[in-house]
Design a protein around this ligand. Sequence first.
Ligand code: ZN
Length: 591
Amino acid sequence: MYLNLGMNKYARWGTWCLLWSLCFYSWNGVAALASSKTPGRVASKGWSARSYALTMALDTLGLVPISRLGGSLAVLPWRGTVLLRLQAGNGAKAKVVLDLEGEWKVESVRWEGRDMPFRYGDGRLEFSMHGFKPGAVHPVEVRYSGHLVPAVKPPWQDGLVVSADSLGYPRLGMTCQGSGARSWWPCLDYADTEPDSVVLTMTFPAYAPSPTPNSTPALMDMVANGRRVADTVLGSKRTVTWKVTQPINLYNVTFNIGRYSRFVQPYVDLNSVERELEFYVAPDDLPEARAHMAQVVDMMGCYEDKLGPYPFWKDGYKVIQSSYLGMEHQSAIAYGNGFRNNEWGFDFILVHESGHEWWGNSVSASDPSDWWIHEGLTTLMEAVYLECRDGGRREADTYMQRMQRKIQNRKPMQGPRGRRFAAHDADIYYKGAWMFHSLRNSVGMEEGWNQVLRGAYRKFAGRTLGSEQMIEHWASALDPRFAGTLRWWLHHAELPTLEWSVLEDPEDSTRLMLRYRWGPSAKGFYLPMMTSSGQHVDPVPGRWRTMAWKAGPEAMNKADRQSALQAELANLTQRYLIQVRSLATGSKGGK
Ligand SMILES: [Zn+2]
C-alpha cells in the first residue's frame, strides 16, 4: 500500500457501516483499526476458505441516490453470489461465521443443494454446517444484494472508488486494504490464511453513454487480478471473468471498470523465459504510458536479481490505471501517479507497489499488526532499485537519508495481534526500512547483507509469517544479538539513545577520551557502529565504556577537536536508526 497524507477517519452511517480511511503519503496521524466486535475468526476456528468464486452484477456504472437518516446518499447497487469452498480443519465446529460488513440483504445460504438457516447482523453471517466432514471441502453458496457506498474522500479513504477518466467516462475501482474484503463480499477475512484461487465474474453495462454531445458511447471493460478467462458482450451487457490461480490476500482482490487499452512490454525473466508485462490505461493516455512504463523492465530485472523470481508469473504482471495513487493488488497493480517520475528519475508508485509483489503478496504478514514486514521491506526496495540502476549506493543512501526525515517516533511499529489492529503510521514504512538499512551499515558486509535479504524472501516466499519469524531470520543470519535490536525498534516509539561525554585523559591532556553507552532504557539493544573517520563504537545498554578518540589534525585545538567529535557522533544518525545525546552539554543530535 502507498502511504497517505490525510488523517484517518471512521465513518459510520447508523450502526452498520464501518469505513476505514487510509492516509496518503506523509501521515499526520496514527491510523489504528480495532474492530469493536469480536472477529468471527474465534467463532470460525478451524475453518478456512480454499477458494472463492464471485459472480456479481452491476446494472449501472453510476451512483444512485437513496434516502438515509434524513439525508440522501449516493450508492452503487450491487448483487451477487459467492461460492466459498470451505474446509474444516482441526478444531472446526459446525458453526461458521463469515464476515460481511455493511447493510446487505443476505438472500440465501446454500449447502449441498438446500437452503440453510442463517443469521446476519453486525457484520457477521452465521450458519451451522451440521454433518460436515473434517478435512473435506464443502462448497457453500451465499446470495446477497444491497449497495456499495463509495469512499467519501477517495483516495484518502479506501473502498469503492467512483470517478471519471479524462474524457468523462466512468471509472470504478475497488481498493480495500483498510475496509477489508468483508466490505464487499462474505468471506473469512483473516490474514493468516489465503485462498488458493479466486474467480471474479462481473456483468455490467457494456457501453457508457457519451459524456459530451459530440462523443460516442464507449465500450467498458473490467480488469481484475489474474488472467482473463472469459469475455462476452451480449446486447447491452458485457460479462468478463478473471481467475487468480495463486494464493492471494483477500484485501488484494480488486476490480477496475472503465475504458482501457492494453499494451505489453516484452521481458526476459531471471530464468530466461520470455514474458509479457501488461498495462491497461485509458486509450488517450496510451503514448505517454508506453514511454513511461518502459522503466518497469529494469525494475523487474532488479527485483528478480536481488530477491528471486517474480512470484506470480502464472497470474501475470499487470498495471492498471486507477483514479487513486496506487495499491499493490496482486498481479493487478493499481497505478494513478500520472506517469510522473520523482527527482531521482523513477516513478516511486510503480517501484513501491511492484515491490509488494515480493513483500506483502508473496511474503505475507499473518496479522495486520505485523504490516511493518510489508511496508518496511518494500520501502527499502525503492533504495535497492536505485542501487541496481546506478551500480552503487551513493544515490540510494541519499534517498534513505531523505526518507529518514519522515520518521515520526510517535508509536511503536508493532501493534497487538489478533485484533485487526493495523498501525498505519508512517513509521512502518520509513522506520521499517531504516531498521534494515542500519543493520546493513552495522555489519558492513555488502554481499553478506544482500544474501540475508534474499534469504529472507526465499525462506518465506508464498507463506504467511509473524514478526518473530522475520526477526529470527535476520538475527540467526547476521548476529543473534540483533533479535533484541529489532524487537527494541519495533516495540518502542522512541529511538535508542547513544549517550556520551568527553573525559580528560589523565596522562595526556591533549587527548580526548570518549565515554559512551546506550541509555539505560535500551535494554537488549545491540548495534556496533563505525564513525565517518572509521572509529568503532560499540555501546552497551546502561554501562559506560571509554575509548581513546582519534582526534583530527594535530593543529586543532582542544575545543575544535571536541566539536569534531560531537559532529562525528551526531553524524551516526545519518547511517543508524538511533538518537545521540551529549550528557556534558545536554544537547541532542539527530532524530
Ligand atoms: Zn506499501
